[in-house]
Write a protein that binds this ligand. Sequence first.
Ligand code: PLP
Length: 383
Amino acid sequence: MARKLQTRLTHIAGKRLSATVNPPLERGSTLLMPDINALYKATPSYGRMGHTVHRELETGLCQLEQAGHARLTPNGLSACALALASFVEAGDHVLIADNIYGPTRRFCTRRLHKMGVRTSFFRYDIGADIESLVEERTRLIYLESPGSLTFDICDTPAIVSVAEKAGLISILDNTWGCGIAFQPLALGVDVSVQALTKYIVGHADALGGAVLSRTPAHAHQINQTAEDWGLSLGPDEAYLALRGLRTLPTRYRVHEAAGLKLAHWLQDHPAIDRVLHPALPEHREHALWLRDFKGSNGLFGLVPKPMNETQKQTFFSSLTLFGFGFSWGGFESLLIPADPKTVRSPDHWMSQAPQDLWRIHVGLEDVEDLICDLDQAFMRAGL
Ligand SMILES: Cc1ncc(COP(=O)(O)O)c(C=O)c1O
């Protein structure tokens, strides 16, 4: 009988014969060879290619995402950039969903543009109509689902079938679903990227990224591009990501349950206009989420009802358990105001954009304590 994911992640390396249950943490640029003849033949032959801990992390990530190949990068943004740059050259055109992570969008408009690659942004809800945007030199389609800040879900299978027919590479930023709630490769997406920094590391103490692919041909292009750019992940970060991976399914479910409880509570709160959480039946693409996803987590959006600046300041300064800081996926709860206007095409979603948009990350604190904290902060602000 096939073993369950949690068991496979616990036993990535099989039965270990060394004294510790974790792999050795080898910090090294130089790898000494047994004799002079091995110098130019051995792999790995240099620290950039990684050590035992990197190989185990790659194996675990492949299990998580049902991938054939994993390439590790120093952080999530470099994984997104690597995936995009691996499949294009000057003169090419790429189709990018309008709701992606802001710095990845900037990579397209600034770096790819300088490399002679043209970008067109499309509405996340385009579905099969994306076919009308495919040009002769279009090479790839890039998605993120749910999208950053607004948590909208795209019709991945519909877009993938257009990509397959047109011979385009499909790439999806799967940091939110991270192989637990969503497995894009199983739906036919060619390349999945993840910021390991978030739920996989899980403790807000390291950055990392991974590009996961299905076919050896795609892996070859990704590997060559990573080699050319000299991208590698430090051993300490790889160790922390591997450690996080062992407990990921367990932690993820706790974030999910707490996130849902808080989302329902917030939905009923008079200060909140809308909760942007795909697992809520009121979410615009809830049916797509039900069809394609296996769960959710602690990261979602909130549209508060209009409030004045004093109320807003009082609310935020009265919170005691929510930190104000970027990133997510760690053990601690966070709350930030966000402005999608800075990272969306004005003619897309922004025509109906709310004035205020907050992003909440529900950590591993007891959810009743989090509710009490929000409740007292809303009360102090008179909301
Ligand atoms: C969806 C998504 N992708 C990629 C990244 C980039 O990850 P990193 O911060 O490790 O560069 C982030 C970071 O917030 C993210 O939210």
